[in-house]
Design a binder for this molecule. Sequence first.
Ligand code: ADP
Ligand code: MG
Length: 347
Amino acid sequence: MADQARTDVNTLGEFGLIEHLTKNFKTRQKTTILGVGDDAAIIDTGGPEQLVVSTDMLVEGIHFDFAYTPLKHLGYKSVSVNVSDICAMNARPQQITVSIAISNRFSVEALDEFYEGVRAACDKYGVDLIGGDTTSSLKGLIISVTAIGRAPAERITRRSTAKVGDIICVTGHLGSAYLGLQLLEREKEVYLANPDMQPEMKEENKELYAAILRPEARTDMVDLFAKNNIIPTAMIDVSDGLASEIFHICKASGVGAILEEGNIPIKQEAQLQALEFNMDPVTVALSGGEDYELLFTIDPKDLEKVRFLPNIYISGEIVAKEDGVKLHTVGGNIHPVRAQGWEHFGE
Ligand code: ADP
Ligand code: MG
Protein backbone atom coordinates (compact mmCIF):
# COMPACT_ATOMS: atom_id res chain seq x y z
CA MET A 1 0.00 0.00 0.00
CA ALA A 2 2.76 2.41 1.00
CA ASP A 3 4.09 2.89 -2.54
CA GLN A 4 0.64 3.32 -4.09
CA ALA A 5 -0.46 6.78 -5.17
CA ARG A 6 -3.08 8.34 -2.94
CA THR A 7 -5.36 10.91 -4.54
CA ASP A 8 -7.44 13.08 -2.24
CA VAL A 9 -11.14 12.86 -3.25
CA ASN A 10 -11.34 16.66 -3.15
CA THR A 11 -9.04 16.99 -6.15
CA LEU A 12 -11.81 15.76 -8.48
CA GLY A 13 -14.76 17.67 -7.04
CA GLU A 14 -18.16 16.01 -6.55
CA PHE A 15 -19.06 15.70 -10.22
CA GLY A 16 -15.54 14.73 -11.30
CA LEU A 17 -15.56 12.02 -8.66
CA ILE A 18 -18.91 10.62 -9.82
CA GLU A 19 -17.63 10.56 -13.40
CA HIS A 20 -14.39 8.89 -12.31
CA LEU A 21 -16.17 6.20 -10.30
CA THR A 22 -18.82 5.36 -12.88
CA LYS A 23 -17.00 5.76 -16.21
CA ASN A 24 -16.10 2.07 -16.55
CA PHE A 25 -19.67 0.85 -16.10
CA LYS A 26 -21.48 0.13 -19.33
CA THR A 27 -25.21 -0.51 -19.23
CA ARG A 28 -26.03 -4.06 -20.35
CA GLN A 29 -29.81 -4.27 -19.92
CA LYS A 30 -32.09 -3.20 -22.75
CA THR A 31 -34.47 -1.87 -20.09
CA THR A 32 -31.86 0.68 -18.87
CA ILE A 33 -32.82 3.63 -21.02
CA LEU A 34 -30.65 6.15 -19.12
CA GLY A 35 -28.11 5.52 -16.35
CA VAL A 36 -25.87 7.92 -14.41
CA GLY A 37 -25.84 11.61 -15.25
CA ASP A 38 -29.35 13.01 -14.95
CA ASP A 39 -31.68 13.82 -12.04
CA ALA A 40 -32.98 10.26 -12.24
CA ALA A 41 -32.33 7.09 -14.22
CA ILE A 42 -34.93 5.97 -16.79
CA ILE A 43 -36.12 2.35 -16.96
CA ASP A 44 -38.28 0.78 -19.65
CA THR A 45 -41.41 -1.03 -18.52
CA GLY A 46 -42.30 -2.59 -21.86
CA GLY A 47 -45.41 -0.40 -21.90
CA PRO A 48 -46.04 3.20 -22.97
CA GLU A 49 -44.78 4.53 -19.62
CA GLN A 50 -41.26 4.51 -18.23
CA LEU A 51 -40.00 4.48 -14.66
CA VAL A 52 -37.62 7.07 -13.23
CA VAL A 53 -35.52 6.34 -10.14
CA SER A 54 -33.44 8.68 -7.99
CA THR A 55 -31.56 8.47 -4.66
CA ASP A 56 -30.32 11.20 -2.34
CA MET A 57 -28.61 11.08 1.02
CA LEU A 58 -28.78 13.58 3.89
CA VAL A 59 -26.07 13.52 6.55
CA GLU A 60 -26.19 15.21 9.95
CA GLY A 61 -23.59 17.97 10.20
CA ILE A 62 -23.32 18.18 6.39
CA HIS A 63 -26.88 18.68 5.16
CA PHE A 64 -28.64 19.57 8.40
CA ASP A 65 -27.86 20.75 11.90
CA PHE A 66 -30.08 19.80 14.83
CA ALA A 67 -29.35 23.17 16.45
CA TYR A 68 -32.17 24.50 14.24
CA THR A 69 -33.70 21.63 12.26
CA PRO A 70 -36.99 20.27 13.62
CA LEU A 71 -37.16 16.48 13.04
CA LYS A 72 -40.58 16.70 11.48
CA HIS A 73 -39.36 19.18 8.87
CA LEU A 74 -36.32 17.00 8.24
CA GLY A 75 -38.55 14.02 7.48
CA TYR A 76 -40.58 16.14 5.09
CA LYS A 77 -37.49 17.57 3.40
CA SER A 78 -35.88 14.14 2.96
CA VAL A 79 -38.87 13.16 0.82
CA SER A 80 -39.22 16.53 -0.98
CA VAL A 81 -35.63 16.62 -2.25
CA ASN A 82 -36.01 13.16 -3.78
CA VAL A 83 -39.44 13.84 -5.23
CA SER A 84 -37.91 17.00 -6.72
CA ASP A 85 -35.52 14.88 -8.81
CA ILE A 86 -38.51 12.90 -10.13
CA CYS A 87 -40.25 16.19 -11.04
CA ALA A 88 -37.07 17.27 -12.83
CA MET A 89 -37.66 14.34 -15.22
CA ASN A 90 -41.24 15.60 -15.78
CA ALA A 91 -42.55 12.45 -14.09
CA ARG A 92 -45.04 11.79 -11.31
CA PRO A 93 -43.61 10.31 -8.08
CA GLN A 94 -45.30 7.12 -6.85
CA GLN A 95 -43.14 5.25 -4.33
CA ILE A 96 -40.30 5.95 -1.91
CA THR A 97 -37.99 3.89 0.28
CA VAL A 98 -36.48 5.48 3.40
CA SER A 99 -33.29 4.18 5.03
CA ILE A 100 -31.84 5.52 8.26
CA ALA A 101 -28.64 4.99 10.23
CA ILE A 102 -29.09 6.23 13.81
CA SER A 103 -26.84 6.63 16.83
CA ASN A 104 -28.18 5.76 20.30
CA ARG A 105 -28.72 9.48 20.86
CA PHE A 106 -32.10 9.18 19.11
CA SER A 107 -35.22 8.08 20.98
CA VAL A 108 -38.25 6.35 19.53
CA GLU A 109 -40.16 9.60 20.11
CA ALA A 110 -37.59 11.52 18.05
CA LEU A 111 -37.86 9.02 15.20
CA ASP A 112 -41.66 9.19 15.42
CA GLU A 113 -41.41 12.90 14.79
CA PHE A 114 -39.14 12.34 11.79
CA TYR A 115 -41.63 9.83 10.37
CA GLU A 116 -44.51 12.23 10.95
CA GLY A 117 -42.74 14.52 8.49
CA VAL A 118 -42.17 11.64 6.08
CA ARG A 119 -45.89 10.83 6.29
CA ALA A 120 -46.93 14.43 5.71
CA ALA A 121 -44.79 14.47 2.55
CA CYS A 122 -46.21 11.12 1.39
CA ASP A 123 -49.71 12.60 1.80
CA LYS A 124 -48.77 15.81 0.01
CA TYR A 125 -47.10 14.14 -2.99
CA GLY A 126 -49.34 11.09 -3.12
CA VAL A 127 -46.46 8.62 -2.76
CA ASP A 128 -46.31 5.30 -0.90
CA LEU A 129 -43.57 4.37 1.53
CA ILE A 130 -42.72 0.86 0.34
CA GLY A 131 -39.57 -0.05 2.26
CA GLY A 132 -36.14 0.98 3.44
CA ASP A 133 -33.51 -0.10 5.91
CA THR A 134 -32.72 0.66 9.55
CA THR A 135 -29.28 0.38 11.05
CA SER A 136 -27.05 2.01 13.64
CA SER A 137 -24.37 4.64 13.19
CA LEU A 138 -21.52 5.56 15.52
CA LYS A 139 -22.41 9.21 15.36
CA GLY A 140 -25.34 11.21 14.09
CA LEU A 141 -28.16 10.54 11.68
CA ILE A 142 -27.84 9.52 8.04
CA ILE A 143 -30.91 9.40 5.80
CA SER A 144 -31.10 7.87 2.35
CA VAL A 145 -34.28 8.09 0.30
CA THR A 146 -35.00 6.53 -3.07
CA ALA A 147 -37.91 7.85 -5.12
CA ILE A 148 -39.60 6.09 -8.02
CA GLY A 149 -41.79 7.87 -10.54
CA ARG A 150 -43.51 7.22 -13.82
CA ALA A 151 -44.45 9.10 -16.98
CA PRO A 152 -45.38 8.44 -20.60
CA ALA A 153 -42.05 7.88 -22.39
CA GLU A 154 -42.47 10.89 -24.68
CA ARG A 155 -42.99 13.28 -21.73
CA ILE A 156 -39.81 12.36 -19.85
CA THR A 157 -37.43 15.31 -19.90
CA ARG A 158 -33.65 15.05 -19.65
CA ARG A 159 -30.90 17.58 -19.03
CA SER A 160 -29.22 16.86 -22.32
CA THR A 161 -31.81 17.95 -24.87
CA ALA A 162 -31.83 21.77 -24.79
CA LYS A 163 -31.41 23.38 -28.24
CA VAL A 164 -30.09 26.72 -29.42
CA GLY A 165 -32.97 29.23 -29.43
CA ASP A 166 -34.88 27.50 -26.61
CA ILE A 167 -36.25 29.75 -23.85
CA ILE A 168 -34.97 29.30 -20.29
CA CYS A 169 -37.61 29.31 -17.54
CA VAL A 170 -37.66 28.97 -13.74
CA THR A 171 -40.67 27.87 -11.65
CA GLY A 172 -40.14 30.12 -8.64
CA HIS A 173 -38.04 32.33 -6.44
CA LEU A 174 -34.36 31.56 -5.95
CA GLY A 175 -31.95 32.35 -3.13
CA SER A 176 -34.51 32.12 -0.31
CA ALA A 177 -33.21 28.80 1.06
CA TYR A 178 -29.62 30.02 1.19
CA LEU A 179 -30.65 33.18 3.04
CA GLY A 180 -32.84 31.16 5.43
CA LEU A 181 -29.80 29.04 6.19
CA GLN A 182 -27.61 32.10 6.81
CA LEU A 183 -30.24 33.46 9.23
CA LEU A 184 -30.40 30.15 11.10
CA GLU A 185 -26.59 29.96 11.28
CA ARG A 186 -26.52 33.50 12.65
CA GLU A 187 -29.11 32.63 15.31
CA LYS A 188 -27.10 29.55 16.22
CA GLU A 189 -23.95 31.63 16.76
CA VAL A 190 -25.86 34.05 19.00
CA TYR A 191 -27.25 31.14 21.00
CA LEU A 192 -23.85 29.43 21.37
CA ALA A 193 -22.28 32.69 22.53
CA ASN A 194 -25.05 33.23 25.07
CA PRO A 195 -27.33 30.24 25.78
CA ASP A 196 -29.76 32.48 27.69
CA MET A 197 -30.64 34.29 24.46
CA GLN A 198 -33.58 32.74 22.68
CA PRO A 199 -33.13 32.39 18.93
CA GLU A 200 -35.11 35.13 17.23
CA MET A 201 -37.13 33.87 14.27
CA LYS A 202 -38.67 37.00 12.80
CA GLU A 203 -42.13 36.66 11.29
CA GLU A 204 -41.10 38.60 8.18
CA ASN A 205 -38.45 35.94 7.44
CA LYS A 206 -40.89 33.04 7.76
CA GLU A 207 -40.70 32.15 4.09
CA LEU A 208 -36.89 32.13 4.11
CA TYR A 209 -36.85 29.68 7.03
CA ALA A 210 -39.48 27.52 5.35
CA ALA A 211 -37.47 27.46 2.11
CA ILE A 212 -34.48 25.82 3.80
CA LEU A 213 -36.25 23.73 6.45
CA ARG A 214 -39.30 22.49 4.59
CA PRO A 215 -38.87 22.84 0.81
CA GLU A 216 -41.61 21.75 -1.57
CA ALA A 217 -41.06 19.67 -4.69
CA ARG A 218 -42.87 21.06 -7.73
CA THR A 219 -45.18 18.16 -8.56
CA ASP A 220 -47.74 20.89 -9.36
CA MET A 221 -45.55 21.98 -12.29
CA VAL A 222 -45.44 18.46 -13.74
CA ASP A 223 -49.25 18.52 -13.67
CA LEU A 224 -49.38 22.03 -15.12
CA PHE A 225 -47.15 21.01 -18.05
CA ALA A 226 -49.32 17.97 -18.75
CA LYS A 227 -52.54 19.99 -18.56
CA ASN A 228 -51.23 22.63 -20.96
CA ASN A 229 -49.64 20.21 -23.37
CA ILE A 230 -46.12 21.45 -22.76
CA ILE A 231 -43.07 19.21 -22.79
CA PRO A 232 -39.96 21.11 -21.70
CA THR A 233 -37.01 20.46 -24.02
CA ALA A 234 -34.70 20.01 -20.99
CA MET A 235 -35.12 20.22 -17.22
CA ILE A 236 -33.19 19.99 -13.93
CA ASP A 237 -34.08 20.87 -10.34
CA VAL A 238 -32.26 23.71 -8.63
CA SER A 239 -30.48 21.97 -5.76
CA ASP A 240 -27.08 23.70 -6.10
CA GLY A 241 -27.98 27.19 -7.38
CA LEU A 242 -29.08 28.50 -10.77
CA ALA A 243 -25.50 28.86 -12.07
CA SER A 244 -24.51 25.28 -11.32
CA GLU A 245 -27.75 23.93 -12.82
CA ILE A 246 -27.63 25.94 -16.04
CA PHE A 247 -24.06 24.67 -16.46
CA HIS A 248 -25.30 21.09 -16.10
CA ILE A 249 -27.93 21.64 -18.80
CA CYS A 250 -25.42 23.40 -21.08
CA LYS A 251 -22.72 20.76 -20.61
CA ALA A 252 -25.12 17.85 -21.12
CA SER A 253 -26.81 19.51 -24.12
CA GLY A 254 -23.67 20.92 -25.75
CA VAL A 255 -25.04 24.49 -25.75
CA GLY A 256 -24.50 27.88 -24.07
CA ALA A 257 -26.95 30.16 -22.29
CA ILE A 258 -27.68 33.80 -21.65
CA LEU A 259 -29.54 34.70 -18.46
CA GLU A 260 -31.36 38.01 -18.03
CA GLU A 261 -30.42 39.42 -14.63
CA GLY A 262 -33.68 41.37 -14.38
CA ASN A 263 -35.74 38.22 -14.96
CA ILE A 264 -34.17 36.03 -12.31
CA PRO A 265 -36.97 35.60 -9.76
CA ILE A 266 -35.95 36.67 -6.25
CA LYS A 267 -38.48 37.29 -3.46
CA GLN A 268 -38.54 40.76 -2.01
CA GLU A 269 -37.83 39.42 1.50
CA ALA A 270 -34.82 37.63 0.02
CA GLN A 271 -33.57 40.77 -1.73
CA LEU A 272 -33.79 42.76 1.51
CA GLN A 273 -32.15 40.02 3.55
CA ALA A 274 -29.31 39.63 1.03
CA LEU A 275 -28.62 43.35 1.23
CA GLU A 276 -28.66 43.19 5.04
CA PHE A 277 -25.98 40.49 4.80
CA ASN A 278 -24.05 42.71 2.34
CA MET A 279 -24.58 40.20 -0.44
CA ASP A 280 -25.66 40.81 -4.01
CA PRO A 281 -29.17 39.24 -4.35
CA VAL A 282 -28.45 37.96 -7.87
CA THR A 283 -25.24 36.29 -6.73
CA VAL A 284 -27.24 34.60 -3.97
CA ALA A 285 -29.82 33.36 -6.52
CA LEU A 286 -27.05 32.08 -8.80
CA SER A 287 -24.89 30.45 -6.15
CA GLY A 288 -27.19 29.66 -3.21
CA GLY A 289 -28.61 26.15 -3.32
CA GLU A 290 -31.55 24.10 -2.07
CA ASP A 291 -34.44 26.04 -3.58
CA TYR A 292 -35.77 22.93 -5.37
CA GLU A 293 -37.45 24.96 -8.07
CA LEU A 294 -37.32 23.60 -11.62
CA LEU A 295 -35.08 25.10 -14.28
CA PHE A 296 -36.30 24.15 -17.74
CA THR A 297 -36.12 25.10 -21.38
CA ILE A 298 -38.92 25.21 -23.93
CA ASP A 299 -39.15 25.39 -27.68
CA PRO A 300 -39.90 29.02 -28.66
CA LYS A 301 -43.16 27.82 -30.28
CA ASP A 302 -44.41 27.09 -26.74
CA LEU A 303 -43.52 30.55 -25.44
CA GLU A 304 -47.04 31.92 -25.75
CA LYS A 305 -48.42 28.97 -23.74
CA VAL A 306 -45.85 29.44 -20.98
CA ARG A 307 -46.15 33.21 -20.85
CA PHE A 308 -49.69 32.95 -19.48
CA LEU A 309 -49.02 30.28 -16.88
CA PRO A 310 -48.75 31.35 -13.24
CA ASN A 311 -45.44 31.16 -11.36
CA ILE A 312 -43.21 30.67 -14.36
CA TYR A 313 -40.43 33.15 -14.99
CA ILE A 314 -38.88 33.55 -18.41
CA SER A 315 -35.24 34.12 -17.56
CA GLY A 316 -33.06 33.63 -20.62
CA GLU A 317 -32.25 31.86 -23.84
CA ILE A 318 -30.14 28.94 -24.97
CA VAL A 319 -27.33 30.03 -27.30
CA ALA A 320 -24.48 28.31 -29.15
CA LYS A 321 -21.90 26.49 -27.07
CA GLU A 322 -19.18 28.89 -28.31
CA ASP A 323 -21.05 31.80 -26.71
CA GLY A 324 -20.61 30.26 -23.26
CA VAL A 325 -22.84 30.89 -20.26
CA LYS A 326 -23.44 34.60 -19.72
CA LEU A 327 -25.44 37.00 -17.60
CA HIS A 328 -26.98 40.04 -19.29
CA THR A 329 -27.16 42.57 -16.45
CA VAL A 330 -29.89 45.17 -15.94
CA GLY A 331 -27.16 47.72 -16.67
CA GLY A 332 -26.71 46.24 -20.13
CA ASN A 333 -23.39 44.49 -19.52
CA ILE A 334 -22.57 40.90 -20.34
CA HIS A 335 -20.68 38.89 -17.72
CA PRO A 336 -19.49 35.30 -17.90
CA VAL A 337 -21.23 33.05 -15.36
CA ARG A 338 -19.17 30.53 -13.43
CA ALA A 339 -20.63 27.33 -12.01
CA GLN A 340 -20.46 28.96 -8.56
CA GLY A 341 -21.91 32.32 -9.55
CA TRP A 342 -20.81 35.06 -11.87
CA GLU A 343 -17.70 37.12 -12.35
CA HIS A 344 -18.02 40.69 -11.23
CA PHE A 345 -14.91 41.87 -13.09
CA GLY A 346 -13.62 43.95 -10.22
CA GLU A 347 -16.96 45.56 -9.43
P1 ADP B 1 -28.90 15.41 -8.09
O1 ADP B 1 -28.20 16.66 -7.63
O2 ADP B 1 -29.91 15.66 -9.14
O3 ADP B 1 -29.42 14.58 -6.95
P2 ADP B 1 -26.33 14.22 -8.26
O4 ADP B 1 -25.47 15.38 -8.60
O5 ADP B 1 -26.39 13.74 -6.85
O6 ADP B 1 -27.79 14.50 -8.82
O7 ADP B 1 -25.90 12.98 -9.15
C1 ADP B 1 -25.67 13.10 -10.53
C2 ADP B 1 -25.73 11.73 -11.17
O8 ADP B 1 -24.71 10.88 -10.65
C3 ADP B 1 -27.03 10.98 -10.91
O9 ADP B 1 -27.34 10.26 -12.08
C4 ADP B 1 -26.69 10.05 -9.76
O10 ADP B 1 -27.51 8.91 -9.74
C5 ADP B 1 -25.25 9.67 -10.09
N1 ADP B 1 -24.44 9.30 -8.91
C6 ADP B 1 -24.11 10.08 -7.84
N2 ADP B 1 -23.31 9.43 -6.98
C7 ADP B 1 -23.12 8.19 -7.50
C8 ADP B 1 -22.38 7.03 -7.08
N3 ADP B 1 -21.69 7.03 -5.95
N4 ADP B 1 -22.42 5.93 -7.87
C9 ADP B 1 -23.15 5.92 -9.02
N5 ADP B 1 -23.84 6.97 -9.47
C10 ADP B 1 -23.84 8.11 -8.73
MG1 MG C 1 -31.47 17.00 -9.31
